[in-house]
Design a protein around this ligand. Sequence first.
Ligand SMILES: NC(=O)c1ccc[n+]([C@@H]2O[C@H](COP(=O)([O-])OP(=O)(O)OC[C@H]3O[C@@H](n4cnc5c(N)ncnc54)[C@H](OP(=O)(O)O)[C@@H]3O)[C@@H](O)[C@H]2O)c1
Length: 338
Amino acid sequence: MKAFVLEKYRSPLRQIDMPEPVPGDHEVLVRMSAAGINHADERVRTGEFARIFPFALPLVMGSEFAGEVIATGKDVEGFPIGMQVFAYVDLAQTGGFAEVIAIDQKHLAPAPRSASLVEAASLPVVGLTAWQGLVNMGQLRKGQTVLIHGGSGGVGAIAIQLAKHLGATVATTVSSANADFVRDLGADIVIDYGSEDFAQRVRDVDLVLDTQGGDVLKKSLGVLRPGGTVIGITGPPDPDFAKRVGVKAPVKLAITALSAGIRRRARRQGVTYRFLFIEPNGEHLRHIAGLIDQSVLRPIVDRVEPFERTPQALEAVLTGGHRGKIVVSTQPTDISHG
Ligand SMILES: NC(=O)c1ccc[n+]([C@@H]2O[C@H](COP(=O)([O-])OP(=O)(O)OC[C@H]3O[C@@H](n4cnc5c(N)ncnc54)[C@H](OP(=O)(O)O)[C@@H]3O)[C@@H](O)[C@H]2O)c1
């Protein structure tokens, strides 16, 4: 099978031929049809995540995909041959940029019936981020107000729709070119980050989903009501994250130090900062698939590139200017670009 591997940190991804994996007892073997591209793929490529996840190189890259079940391990239940499925691959393992993928059944879910496999491949990372951020960690409720930074991006476009479904008032920051796009997704308050100061537009917000970090994160603390929460997904990581991924003591200390400033600042302002790093979770993906099939959520795919152009698709994600997700596909009929 063909796969994109990283042989050395910071080197370009290289397509190689390699043997297909053999599924373990709890694993499902999937023929990948499409794979989503994420900023996290670049962080793996540059070695930024290497202190937290000690990857063994060469590493098959890629963190999400959709495809069809072609074989199962002996303890697998509920994933018959031929079923269309989608998954987020545990970032500690990666492996989505391959024609055939072996994945633990608990990370996998049936793909939404009403979506194409390209659309399904666009969903795991952004769907889990929205679900685990707004529902699990943020506990967003009807009548509350949420500020979502970067509403036209992969995460933002799904998070806006999920927050509206939960009954929240949604404020979002975007470039002026994307104002109508996010209004169409359901955003109530649209703030052009190029010409407006979001801190002048919203206040007493219950929850902020921060996709930007840096000054945007710091300033976000100031728009919260007392007791409100900012969930950061670009960092800095916090001690709960260090505990969850089980890093060694020196790395845990380093992680704790990274977010000490923002956590202290939050405490002084009577609010909370938490870092979200999504976990693979087939159950959460089933919720997302259900919401897609009920037309509550709409997958947003900016473009589809051929699988052979995975490195260029990653470049395109980093360059920006896309709405929603960039996806690669092994199926020539899916291609919209390249
Ligand atoms: N921790 C986790 O588990 C996790 C999970 C998913 C993603 N992430 C991270 O979250 C970030 C966003 O991911 P994504 O997939 O949504 O990226 P994306 O598709 O590239 O979207 C980023 C968005 O940010 C917007 N933006 C740029 N500058 C901004 C500013 N100053 N204020 C507000 N918005 C601004 C852009 O909007 P315009 O195009 O309108 O300029 C763009 O739509 C990435 O860093 C990614 O690695 C983390």
